[in-house]
Design a protein around this ligand. Structure first.
Ligand SMILES: Cc1ncc(COP(=O)(O)O)c(C=O)c1O
Length: 366
């Protein structure tokens, strides 16, 4: 029996051939493919600037750098996220202030954000986790009122919409990841920073390439965070499929939801009226989660855990900032969450096998 993977990577002959063409040109960085990918991404999001970088983490690092963070400045972010939302802050000696999440959407709890704003808050980083958009309006409103910047971590949310607008383009800066498992990839690591702000857009184009103002002159501080031509051509071609892939993801989610609704012990994902979730992953909650994972593993069906240890409880965070205040919802859900296989390439036979094994598990445990 073949393993059902959590995610299947898309590749086709068009992409293969274009990669070979790039290899044959011998022109590997800062070329036409990067420009084309950035232009297409910009158009897709309806945003003024899209700047290709080497990873989502690089995108976050550069975005936080642009915020001119000083030691002790505070950044509000959820703990229920990937470590990279928080880790760049330590390089600027800024302090992460973790907020709890909404137990239905897994996104930051807006009321907790409001409570944790202080005179030192410089940035709020909403994370559109699992592709589910954060309720942005109240965050943008309070940020404007208090002169706080907003960096959207849209690393899991390519094509997700908030009130009919694509996420990533709503705050001051937005960041995306093209890590291989993401809804679209560049065949390795890669990222994108997007903004409508001219100042950020122009400077970030330079910073990702040593702050170079011309070939030999470095007028600005920068490092090497470039996205290369091979990655860019893959990204450009993958982006063409993104809308159709999101629709396929949403159909599979509907199949999962319709099937799982019969089990009262399963908590399904929630999509708010104003949200269009791109479903980077499909996450449910179960009391006997660990047993479920084991049962599935034995039957060669992969499951995912995004994420078992919340960021505020990670050893490095406690080392750097001390023990963090409790986040009751986050600490509770991380014991119950599990993600099922989901990708546009998941086929009907695989879905039927997954449903059958869910049913076997439920019968076994009841
Ligand atoms: C929410 C979130 N933030 C940041 C990142 C970092 O992106 P990357 O792996 O491309 O560095 C990821 C992806 O892994 C992510 O899921």
């Amino acid at each position: 029996m073949e393993e059902i993977k959590l995610v299947k990577m898309y590749m086709d002959d068009v992409i293969r051939n274009e990669v070979i063409k790039v290899l044959d040109t011998g022109y590997y960085i800062n070329g036409p493919n990067l420009k084309a990918f950035e232009n297409d991404f910009k158009e897709y999001l309806g945003v003024k600037y899209a700047i290709g970088v080497s990873s989502g983490t690089a995108a976050l690092f550069l975005s936080y750098y642009e915020m001119n963070l000083k030691p002790g400045d505070e950044v509000i972010l959820p703990s229920h996220t990937f470590i990279a939302t928080a880790s760049p802050l330590a390089f600027f000696k800024a302090k992460p202030v973790f907020v709890d999440v909404d137990p239905d959407t897994y996104c930051m709890d807006v009321e907790d954000v409001k409570e944790k704003i202080t005179s030192k808050t410089k940035v709020i980083t909403p994370v559109h986790l699992y592709g589910n958009p954060v309720d942005m309006d109240p965050i943008l409103e309070i940020a404007k009122e208090k002169n706080i910047k907003v960096i959207e971590d849209a690393c899991q949310a390519h094509g997700s919409e908030y009130k009919n607008k694509k996420v990533g383009a709503l705050g001051d800066l937005g960041v995306f990841s093209f890590f291989p498992s993401k809804s679209m990839t560049v065949g390795g690591d890669g990222g994108m920073i997007v903004t409508n702000n001219d100042k950020y857009g122009e400077i970030l184009k330079l910073r990702r390439d040593h702050g170079r103002s011309s070939k030999y002159e470095n007028a600005n501080l920068g490092l090497n965070f470039r996205l290369n031509e091979i990655q860019a051509v893959i990204g450009k071609l993958q982006l063409k499929h993104l809308s159709e892939w999101i629709e396929r993801r949403r159909i599979i989610v509907q199949v999962y939801n319709d099937f799982l609704r019969q089990y009262s012990n399963v908590k399904l994902p929630v999509e708010r009226d104003w949200a269009k979730c791109s479903y980077y992953v499909y996450t449910i909650q179960l009391e006997d989660r660990d047993e479920f994972i084991k049962f599935f593993k034995e039957r060669k069906i992969a499951t995912g855990l995004y994420y078992p240890i919340p960021v505020h409880k990670q050893p490095i965070i406690e080392d750097l900032y001390g023990k963090q205040p409790k986040l009751p919802v986050t600490e509770e859900i991380v014991k119950k969450i599990v993600s099922l296989p989901l990708s546009p390439l998941l086929n009907d036979e695989e879905l039927a096998r997954i449903k059958l094994e869910i049913n076997n598990f439920m019968r076994r445990s009841s």
